[in-house]
Write a protein of this length. Structure first.
Length: 74
């Protein structure tokens, strides 16, 4: 159980970092954006599926989800 939680946390950190790079944001900006538009919740909810996908696909899906939640980053 502890290992699964640690893996999930590490994955969230990796996604935030990759999202920041892809969208030309700082990691703090990316975290605040993903938290505000429910991206972090999405990652936590669907970690078991998301971590098996290509990073590009995860970032595309995360971007689309946040836009549906009111985010403006494309």
């Amino acid at each position: 159980m502890e290992e699964e939680v640690r893996n999930n946390e590490e994955y969230v950190v990796a996604i935030i970092s990759e999202f920041a790079k892809a969208k030309h944001l700082t990691q703090s900006q990316a975290f605040r954006y993903l938290r505000r538009f429910k991206g972090i919740s999405l990652i936590n909810l669907h970690y078991n599926i998301m971590h098996t996908l290509r990073m590009e696909d995860v970032l595309d899906d995360l971007t689309a989800y946040c836009r549906r939640q009111g985010g403006a980053i494309a």
